[in-house]
Design a protein around this ligand. Sequence first.
Ligand code: SF4
Length: 785
Amino acid sequence: MSPTENTATPRLVDEAAADAPLGAVAVRTLCDFAARRGDLDLRFTPSPSGSEGVAGHGEVTSRRGAGYQREVPLASQWHGLRVQGRADGWDASAQRLEEIKTHRGDAALIADNARALHWAQARVYGWMLCEQLGLERIELVLVYFNIDTGQETPLSETQSASALRAHFEDLCERYSGWARQERAHRAARDAALRAMAFPFPEFRAGQRTLAEAVYRAHAAGRVLMAQAPTGIGKTAATLFAALKAAPAQGLDKLFYLTARTTGRQLALDALARLGAAGQAPTRPVLPLRVLERVARDKACEHPDKACHGESCPLARGFYDRLPAARAAAAQAGWLDKTALRELALEHSVCPYYLGQEMLRWSDVAVGDVNHFFDIGAHWHGLTLEHGWQSALLVDEAHNLIERARAMYSAQLDPAAFQALRRSAPGALKTGLDRLHRQWNALAREQAGDYTVLPEPPGPFTAALQQLCGEIGDHLALHPQDATGGPLQAWFFDALHFQRVAELHGDHSLCDLTRTPHPAPGTRVAQPLISLRNLVPGPLLQDRWSAVRSATLFSATLAPMDYVADLLGLPADTLRVDVPSPFAGEQLAVRVAPHISTRWTDRLASLTPMADTMAAQFAAEPGNYLAFFSSFDYLAQALDRLQQHHPAIPVWAQSRGMGEPEREAFIARFTDSGQGIGFAVLGGAFGEGIDLPGRRLIGAFIATLGLPQVNPVNEQLKARLQAKFGRGYDYTYLFPGVQKVVQAAGRVIRSEQDHGTVWLLDDRYARAEVRRLLPAWWVVDRRPLG
Ligand code: SF4
C-alpha cells in the first residue's frame, strides 16, 4: 500500500459506489478489520513520519527499471462490496507485484500482527490484479525499506489466483457481515434519535433555551458558545439537542469532552437517562453505542507489564480474540469504564486497547479534552483518517484555554538531562555531549535570570534533533532500553519539545530561566528551556475545521470575546447567554471595602478577613468555603482565624491532595455541619463540586483571583496586548474573575438554595470588575453588622 493511498473508511452508503449496496472499502481498512492476527505489540519501534514514508516509496520505485508501474489503481466487487486501493508497484515482465513498507531499525523486529497485515494487503492486491489481467499465478513481494540505511529487505511468495481469490473472499465475507450489521445499526440509531423524547417531564428554566440553541447550531453545522448557569441541567440539554440533530447531519460521532473526571460521569448519567444504558434483560430503549475513554494507566490491568505478548497476557493473542470481543462490545452498546473492563476480561483482551478499537464503532465517545485537542490527538487523527462527520460538546469550556496552553507547551530541564548523561549507554555519549555544549552556550549567552528568545535556538534544536535520531536508532536496536526507563522517558519529552518547537510562532514564547546551581557534573548552571504557548487559537483552528459542529459550554464563558479570541473560534461562531433561573434574593453578595488583598497589603488583610468570616459565621452558623489565591495566603489566613476565633471549626486543602483526602474534605460539608473549609481558587474545590442546600451556605473569596505578576505573565500581557489590544484584561482580570465566579457558584445550586458570598477586596466595588459578575447578583456594599 502506498502511504498516499486513501485509507479512509468510505461511508457505508457511498454515492461513488452506488453500484455496491454495501459501499466501498479501502484495502487497508478491509485488512485492518479482518486480517490482523497474533499479539498486540507496542514495543518501541521508531516509525518514519508520513513524509519520510512517501520519500521512501519514491526511492524504492525509482530503483526499478523501465516498464515498472507505480500506484496501480485496482478495484474488485464482492456481493455488493466494492474493494479498492492502489498497489505500490507492478512489474509486468516479471509478473511481480510489490507492496512497499518503510521502517526504521531492524526489519526482523517488525511485529507479527503488522507483518500479517502487510501480507494480507499484498494478497488482496494480488487477487485484484489476477482478476483484472486474467493471471493464473503471481509473485508477491513485500519490500521493507529502511529509510535510514536505504536497505531493502524483500520477502517473496508466489500464489495461485485461486488461493488469492479464496483469501479475498474470506476477508470480504467477514467484513461485509459487519458492514451489514453497521448499516442496520445506523438506521435503527437514527430512527430512534429522531423519535427520542426529552427524558424529564419538563425542561427546567433556561434548559429549553440552551437545548434549542445547541440544536440549531448543530443542525446548521456551526460552532456555538453557550454560557448557562449551574443547576439548569446543561449536560442533559446539550446531549439531547446534539443527538437530536445528529440524523439530519449524517453524523458519525459525537465527542463529549470534559476537563474533569466528574464531568465524564455526569455525561454518562445523562446518556443513561436518555435511554442509552440498558440493564439486562431489558435492552436499552436507545440503540446508541456509548464509549467512555480513560487514560491508559487507569484502564491497564497489568501496570507492572509492557504492552506486548511476551509480557502481558492480555496482549498475547489480542488480535485473535479481538473479533469476538468487538462483536460482543458492539452488541452491548453501553461501554462505560466498568462495562468495557468486564467485557474485555471475559474475552481476555486488554480493556484499554479494546476501547481504542471500539471508538471506531461507537456513536458517542466521552473523554478528556486532550483526546481531541492534544498534539497528535487520537480522536482528531481518526476523524481525519476516516472522514468522519463528527460533532463536539466541550463541557466546562473555560478550562480549555489553560488546558490547550499546556498541551502545546514543553520544557527541557537541565537536571534531568545531566542525570541522563550519567546513566545513558556509551553509544549515545557523542550526541549527548553535543547537546550539552549547546546548552552551555545558551547559559553563557544568557544575560539575566530570565531571557526571552525570538525563537527556539537553532543550534540547540539541531543538536536535539540529531540526538533524538540517535536515541531512536539505539532504541530500535536495543529494545531492552525502551522499557519505560529514564532514557525512554527523556526521549519522549525531547520529542514533544521538538514537535512544539516545530509549531513555534507568535502564539508562543521561547524563554530561558536561569537555574540556581550547576547540576552535578557540570560547571555551568544551564538554563531551563521553555516553549510556552500563549494563544492556543492558531493551533486549534484545524480542530474546529475538522468537525461538523461544536458547542462549548460553561457557567463562566464570559467575556465571550476573550474565550473566542484565545481559542481561535471561527468568526461565525454563535453565542447564547442563558439567563439564570436564580433570583437575586437567593444570594446575598457582600463586598468588604475595607480589605485590600494586594500583594503589599496581605499581612494587613489577615485580621479584618478573619473578623469578617467570624462575624458572618456567628450571624449564620453553617458550612462555608473560603477561597485564597495561593496556599501560602491560605495558610496565613487560616492561622489568623484560628488565633483570633479558635471556636470556629476549620479544615483546609493541602498541596497535592490525593483522592481520599479530597473526599474527606468534601465529606465535612454535611447538612447539619458547621465550619469553614479553606481552599485555593481555581483548585480542586473551586469548581465541579456540588454542595446543595445546607451543605454549603456561603463562601468567602479573598483576592480577585488575578494570576501572579511575574516575568512570564508580563510577556503574556505584552503579547495579548499586541494581538488583541487587551493585555491586562486577557492576562489578569478576566481569568481571575472567571475563577471567582466559578468558586462563588458553589453556593447556589438550585432554586431552593439560599446563601451569602463575601468578596473580600475593595476592588470588587469598581465598575469594571462588577461588570464581570453575573447579572443576577445583587451586590450589597454595606458592612456586616
Ligand atoms: S493490560 Fe496494561 S500492559 Fe497489558 S496490554 Fe493493556 S495497557 Fe498494556
